[in-house]
Design a binder for this molecule. Structure first.
Ligand code: GRF
Length: 178
């Protein structure tokens, strides 16, 4: 199976995924994203909705891109946009996201801060299939992370779970589908 990773930012999950699995394409909607610079030998592409006349055209371009690279599965790793219908239809049930909370708790942005400020006893990491909602869609795996004394510590604890769990789950999905 050919895997693409979509990332808008740092790309630490991309790094963790690439350490375990072959990545065939990296896409970012932000030309300056560090994620685009991590894997020198992997093709990368960047464009953004503003480059197109409509969001629909952007989504169509993404669908064309995954077709061009014969991608079978997309892993969103800090991709900060909702996925639209053209891409969902191009890869039905083959787009996966990671979110730093125990969904359905704390969807959307700054989930780690939200959980920290809510002083919950535990939060965690969710990996789920993507649908048209924000951090909705069938859950594949979840792992709990206990609350920490500082936001920094909580962020570190969550990211280290992410970096172990995401490659593991993607490897399993790819194995089951080959
Ligand atoms: C991760 O915490 C992920 O759960 C969330 O965005 C963050 C991306 O971090 N969706 P990175 O770009 O992989 O370092």
């Amino acid at each position: 199976m050919r895997l693409a990773v979509f990332a808008s930012g740092q790309g630490t999950n991309l790094e963790a995924i690439a350490a375990r699995l072959p990545v065939s394409l990296v896409f970012s909607d932000r030309a300056q994203a560090r994620a685009l610079t991590i894997l020198e030998s992997v093709p990368s592409r960047t464009f953004k909705p503003m480059d197109f006349t409509s969001r629909e055209d952007y989504e169509e371009a993404l669908a064309a891109l995954v077709e061009e690279f014969a991608i079978d599965i997309v892993a969103l790793a800090g991709y900060m946009r909702v996925v639209g219908r053209p891409l969902l239809q191009a890869l039905p049930g083959r787009i996966v996201n990671i979110h730093p909370s125990l969904l359905p708790a704390f969807p959307g942005r700054d989930a780690i801060t939200q959980a920290f400020e809510a002083k919950v006893a535990e939060t965690g990491v969710t990996i789920h299939y993507v649908d048209e909602g924000i951090d909705t869609g069938p859950i594949i795996a979840q792992e709990k992370v206990p609350m920490q004394d500082s936001l920094d510590a909580l962020e570190n604890a969550i990211h280290s779970v992410e970096h172990r769990l995401y490659p593991e789950v993607l490897a399993q999905i790819m194995e089951e589908n080959t």
